[in-house]
Design a binder for this molecule. Structure first.
Ligand code: NFS
Length: 653
């Protein structure tokens, strides 16, 4: 137990080493405690979660309550535990979908402005992907230059958000059989905004009060995100900033530099952060930095903004969700610039103990105590330069600096295009070698390990323990988000990590020269996993629909509503998906049972819950083995261990 004195009081907190498996983080937790800076690691210890809320049966959609509903006690309006739990779950899906999709909307606005030449600094960079997308959107490209095509694409993409009828265009990226299933069940998404609005309507007091019907629309809303908003964000960002390809970089708090101006970019949308990276290489600004005694300007990322910049530019990653306050505690962050999502309100309070300036940049996300400099794509580079200048000005104000030495190598940049090229070769890009290796059993299956950190469980430990178990069992792991950063810190994103893999997976990784854990990007980039899985199906030999592929998803340290929508769109796409930490409908046995079992009839996928990483690995492998059996590819190389009697029998023969 560690002691912290605050305002003359003594408080006791768990030892940092029990709260995180990341040694750099543990050091900074201790340092922040000594410095009197309260972080999430103290707040979590002093605040117990409300059991009604945690299990999904606190209803506060009207003012007759809030009602704490149980299996035997309804709310004032008569709403049962199953209705309330389904309603809360659906609202989490809608909020998560809204976050991803609103991110997409900003990207589309900038995309259109870039095509019109109204966003200096941005350009339609990847023409190959522009043409591929234009094809999907049925755009006639004849005689048009890239900006004309991009303008049409941008406008069509924007129309997808507000589309009222028909189907989201990306739905046709899914295998035929899957599309038919969605149509048959009535869950094929019509338009992004429409499904989100309808969830809010249905879950208003006194509307949809049949848990199955609520969850049915939850499926539809989740698909509007996975195959709509999220996919749109990823695909258009790839055209604007480039399709990720394998790139080397570094991770953990050691990427901060004592002798340089450090700017941390944190949040989600790469629109401004891409410009900050550009500003940091501006020779005039570098000169200004030198004048204040710094050797240069260093940019590092936190959370999914970090993943965006890492994937496309190889910008180093300072840490994941639970490290945002700890980065400030190093005393070396001159500016932390944030946009939207996963940003703790405590940042300016923590920053008060140091010299860091926290700058908010989105009109949608302000924090009291932070400086607000609003971003717009017309003046992006100028705004980025202003922000970097503030960091330079702040550099001489530093107090004691204590940067942990951890700075770990990693390889990222595995877009679905890259995986295809790496496995099949530049001129015959194909998923066939991957399919063949799954069929011959060298690779048992493919699992997406995604999502957040949650201080209710040991930081990074659940992710990395689970992933190590999976690769040891020949499961190829695709990672995104904070999960990817956890794995990177544990040295799992380098080719040498193949030594920890089972013999089959190791052989494949060594032959191709890839790590057994592939970094596919940020959280909106989970849509890359959907496309990769669809390509696997289209390649042939592993079933005709996504639910037949030996694959699974999980978010073992989840905390945000975005994780819920991601999990649900995996399940709605036919993929068994697990949560660790806690399950948001736990207080309703009826709803949990439905999500864990019966939803499978509708989607072919289902949820599971398992907080223990070893048991979760076992559950995942069981799912994969069942799928291998159903495909008839489970019979290879069964090793028989002979006992003495069997040997004697053999000798007689
Ligand atoms: Ni996604 Fe969770 Fe946030 Fe990224 Fe990290 S916390 S759901 S992983 S940064 S979005």
């Amino acid at each position: 137990m560690k002691k912290q004195s605050k305002k003359g009081e003594s408080k006791f907190y768990p030892a940092a080493s029990t709260q995180t498996s990341c040694t750099a983080s543990a050091k900074m937790i201790d340092k922040a405690r000594k410095d009197g800076a309260e972080t999430v690691f103290e707040r979590v210890a002093s605040l117990k979660p409300c059991s009604f809320g945690a299990g999904g049966t606190c209803c506060r959609v009207c003012s007759m309550g809030p009602c704490r509903v149980t299996e035997t006690r309804t709310g004032v309006c008569g709403a049962t535990a199953s209705t309330v739990a389904a309603r809360n779950f659906a609202r989490m899906i809608a909020a998560g979908a809204a976050a991803h999709s609103d991110h997409a909307r900003e990207v589309i606005f900038t995309f259109i402005a870039a095509a019109k030449g109204e966003a200096p600094g941005y350009e339609i960079k990847n023409e190959e992907k522009l043409h591929a997308l234009a094809k999907i959107f049925d755009i006639n490209m004849e005689g048009k230059d890239k900006n004309q095509i991009a303008l049409e694409l941008g406008e069509k993409a924007l129309a997808e958000m507000g589309k009222q009828q028909g189907e989201i265009i990306f739905v046709k990226q899914a295998p035929e059989k899957r599309q038919e299933r969605w149509r048959k069940e009535g869950i094929s998404p019509r338009g992004v905004d429409r499904e989100i609005v309808e969830t809010m309507h249905r879950t208003h007091m006194g509307v949809d009060q049949d848990y199955k019907n609520i969850l049915l629309h939850g499926c539809r809303t989740s698909l509007a995100d996975g195959w709509g908003g999220s996919m749109m964000a990823t695909e258009l960002q790839d055209i604007l900033f480039g399709v990720p390809a394998p790139v080397r970089s570094k991770v953990n708090l050691g990427v901060l530099k004592e002798n340089q101006v450090n700017v941390i970019v944190h949040g989600h949308e790469p629109l401004l952060s891409e410009m900050i990276v550009a500003a940091a290489s501006d020779s005039e600004l570098i000169e200004e930095a030198k004048k204040v005694g710094a050797k240069g300007i260093n940019i590092a990322g936190i959370c999914c903004t970090a993943n965006e910049l890492l994937m496309r530019k190889g910008v180093p990653v300072a840490g994941n969700f639970l490290q945002q306050e700890l980065a400030i505690a190093t005393g070396a962050v001159d500016v932390m610039v944030v946009d939207v999502q996963c940003i703790m309100q405590s940042l300016p309070t923590v920053a008060k103990c140091y010299h860091t300036e926290v700058i908010t940049t989105s009109a949608k996300g302000k924090i009291l105590g932070a400086t607000h400099i609003e971003f717009n794509h017309h003046d992006a580079l100028k705004i980025a330069k202003d922000i970097v200048r503030r960091a330079i000005k702040n550099y001489p104000k530093r107090g004691r600096v204590d940067i942990p030495k951890e700075e770990i190598d990693l390889i990222a940049g595995f877009s679905h295009e890259t995986i295809k090229y790496l496995l099949g070769g530049r001129f015959r890009a194909s998923y066939k070698p991957l399919n063949d290796n799954i069929i011959n059993g060298r690779i048992k299956g493919v699992v997406g390990v995604v999502g957040c950190n949650n201080p209710r469980v040991k930081h990074d430990y659940v992710h990395t323990t689970l992933v190590k178990e999976l690769i040891a069992n020949n499961v190829l792991v695709l990672v995104t988000g904070c999960a990817a950063i956890s794995c990177a810190k544990e040295r799992l994103l380098i080719p040498e990590a193949a030594e920890l893999a089972g013999a089959g997976l190791r052989e494949v990784c060594e032959a191709v020269g890839i790590p057994p854990v592939l970094h596919c990007g940020s959280c909106v980039d989970n849509s890359r996993i959907l496309i990769a899985a669809s390509e696997i199906v289209k390649e042939g030999g592993l079933g005709e629909d996504l639910n037949e592929v030996p694959a699974a998803g999980c978010a073992p340290e989840w905390m945000s509503e975005k994780a819920v929508v991601i999990g649900q769109y995996f399940v709605s796409s036919g993929v068994p998906t697990g949560f660790g930490v806690s399950f948001p409908t736990a207080n309703s046995e009826v709803v949990s049972d439905y999500l864990f079992k019966d939803i499978k009839e509708m989607t072919g996928g289902k949820w599971f819950y398992e907080p223990d990483p070893f048991k979760m690995a076992k559950t995942i492998i069981k799912h994969i083995d069942a799928k291998r059996k159903a495909l008839g590819i489970d019979r290879e190389k069964e090793r028989v261990l002979y006992d003495m009697e069997m040997r004697r029998d053999l000798e007689i023969v």
